[in-house]
Design a protein around this ligand. Structure first.
Ligand SMILES: Cc1cc2nc3c(=O)[nH]c(=O)nc-3n(C[C@H](O)[C@H](O)[C@H](O)COP(=O)(O)OP(=O)(O)OC[C@H]3O[C@@H](n4cnc5c(N)ncnc54)[C@H](O)[C@@H]3O)c2cc1C
Length: 491
């Protein structure tokens, strides 16, 4: 008589590709394979498709941010003063309402995309029974079996919840639970100055919640250009956000329904109505039974892959998105999914460009692409920087912007653009101009010689480039001329 696993294999429904997880990485892999005329099954353990991106991560946090900026009148405060508000009493329900509508739209679009491309999706938690065999357990315990020629693991991450933190979903919450808020706290302690921690800290601060950020490191967002980070830190302190760097949490206690106490290892204490624990996430691999497929995850649940193809140690299994670690962005996850699916079925896929933009939707926004000044120095590249402040632009005057800062870094010898770093209104949109020039190998002269719409914040590019130009030695001109001639010859 056949064993359970072998029996399951015999009865399993077959697909060219099985994708585990319907977030950006899984979705893009599935649609790409479907476009290559492959039969595709997506398994999703959540109630609806979309992943962390749609339900608890990118889209909800950005929707919350937009709602807060609109209702609080944040964008108008530069003009009408810090007390200005569009809506006087903002409630948790005000915030949740827009979230529900946005999420419904997003899910509808995704379901339609799957249907249009003949991607089948199956609700339930997947686990490996063998290298090609997947078992799916639905919400009511029913079990289904599938066999996939190729498999893409795109299970993403979940919040790290250390046992010494008394999570209760109301006063002490993780980054998923904060979206289910029943009331708005008057004070919030955020543990962890990661991207997620910083985004929520600044969003709540824009609602005039008293926010304290606790971070064991010496600063925040350590991958961001230091000058930019300092500008951002100055902005946060100026509006009353307390930043406790070099501070480790010893304990979190609930003193009452709206009263928590965070004790630090250096014996300082922080009282807050609510605590958000946002210090890390782990890959959602614990229940996948990876061993059955000959795979292992590291101590943070991540799966190792080949950096160019996203193939794991098993030649027919790929892993993409947050489950493989840095950069853990929806944008890069999608590209990884597409490349993996192309590789799996022998279709050509271009490698992603070296530099991708990083968007941090804090208030104010931060966006960055290319090398930081610290990285340029480490590599020993002679360079010059140029700075623009949004308040120096006419658009900035019109919008009443007091803050906003753009920094560009150029190589002295070639005048090539090496990095762009922006903090301020619209940073995550503005960055794409710099990204295009950077990835196309352009440099200082593009910005100096081209006309920008007026009045725009994008004029900051010209201002920053001229700032660098004024400090760059004139003799470098000939090098760039040579560079352009070389490129023209290559066309
Ligand atoms: C608060 C927050 C804000 C963010 N903001 C941004 C942002 O502004 N911009 C940006 O680019 N990125 C942002 N991100 C990151 C972004 O959400 C992730 O990079 C992206 O969602 C990763 O996509 P993914 O497909 O790898 O996984 P996910 O989106 O995590 O999806 C994984 C899916 O797999 C499912 N799954 C897990 N295990 C199983 C199983 N055993 N069986 C079946 N299904 C399973 C899960 O239910 C989930 O639906 C944010 C993340 C968070 C948490």
């Amino acid at each position: 008589m056949a064993s359970g696993a072998a029996q399951a294999f015999v009865m399993a429904q077959h697909y060219d590709l099985i994708v585990i997880g319907s977030g950006p990485a899984g979705r893009r892999a599935a649609v790409q394979a479907a476009k290559l005329k492959k039969s595709v099954l997506v398994v999703e353990r959540g109630r609806r498709v979309g992943g962390v991106c749609v339900h608890t991560g990118t889209i909800p946090s950005k929707t919350l941010r937009e709602t807060v900026l609109n209702l609080s009148g944040w964008r108008e405060r530069g003009f009408y003063g810090r007390a200005h508000r569009n809506k006087e009493h903002i409630t948790a329900e005000d915030l949740r309402r827009r979230l529900r509508i946005t999420l419904d739209h997003e899910v509808e679009v995704l379901e339609h995309q799957f249907a249009r491309n003949n991607v089948v999706w199956s609700a339930g938690a997947a686990r490996f029974l063998g290298p090609h065999a997947i078992e799916v357990t639905g919400a009511t315990g029913e079990v289904r079996h599938y066999h996939g020629d190729r498999i893409v693991i795109a299970v993403g991450t979940q919040p790290y919840r250390p046992p010494h933190i008394p999570f209760d979903g109301e006063s002490v919450v993780d980054a998923d639970e904060i979206l289910e808020l029943k009331r708005l706290p008057r004070s919030l302690a955020v543990i962890g100055a990661s991207v997620i921690g910083v985004e929520y800290a600044t969003i709540f601060s824009a609602l005039d919640v008293k926010v304290t950020v606790i971070e064991p490191g010496a600063g925040l967002l350590n991958f961001v250009d230091r000058e930019l980070a300092e500008e951002f830190i100055h902005d946060l302190r100026d509006r009353g956000v307390s930043l406790r760097f070099n501070s480790r949490v010893r304990s979190v206690s609930k003193l009452g329904p709206e009263s928590c106490l965070v004790q630090l290892e250096d014996h300082r204490q922080i009282a807050a109505e609510m605590v958000l624990y946002a210090a890390g996430r782990t890959g959602a691999t614990a229940t996948l039974n990876l061993e059955a497929a000959g795979l292992v995850a590291d101590e943070r649940g991540r799966i190792a892959v080949d950096a160019a193809t996203f193939r794991t140690n098993a030649s027919h299994i790929y892993a993409v998105g947050d489950v493989i670690g840095f950069p853990s962005l929806a944008s890069t996850s999608m590209e990884q999914g597409r490349i993996a699916a192309c590789h799996a079925f022998g279709a050509e896929a271009h490698a992603p460009p070296e530099f991708f933009p990083y968007g941090i939707y804090s208030v104010p926004e931060i966006s960055t692409v290319g090398m930081t000044e610290e990285q340029v120095r480490e590599r020993g590249i002679p360079y010059e920087t140029g700075i623009a402040r949004f308040r120096e632009t006419s658009r900035g005057h019109i919008m009443g912007l007091n803050s906003g800062f753009m920094k560009m870094i150029f190589a002295l010898e070639t005048r090539r653009l090496l990095g762009i770093h922006i903090v301020g209104e619209g940073a995550t949109e503005l960055i794409h101009i710099g990204q295009a020039v950077l990835n196309l190998g352009g440099g200082l002269d593009y910005f100096v010689e081209n006309t920008f719409n007026y009045p725009t914040l994008a004029e900051g590019y010209k201002i920053a480039a001229l700032d660098a130009f004024n400090r760059m030695p004139a003799r470098q001109l000939s090098v760039e001329t040579f560079d352009i001639a070389e490129r023209l010859r290559a066309c």
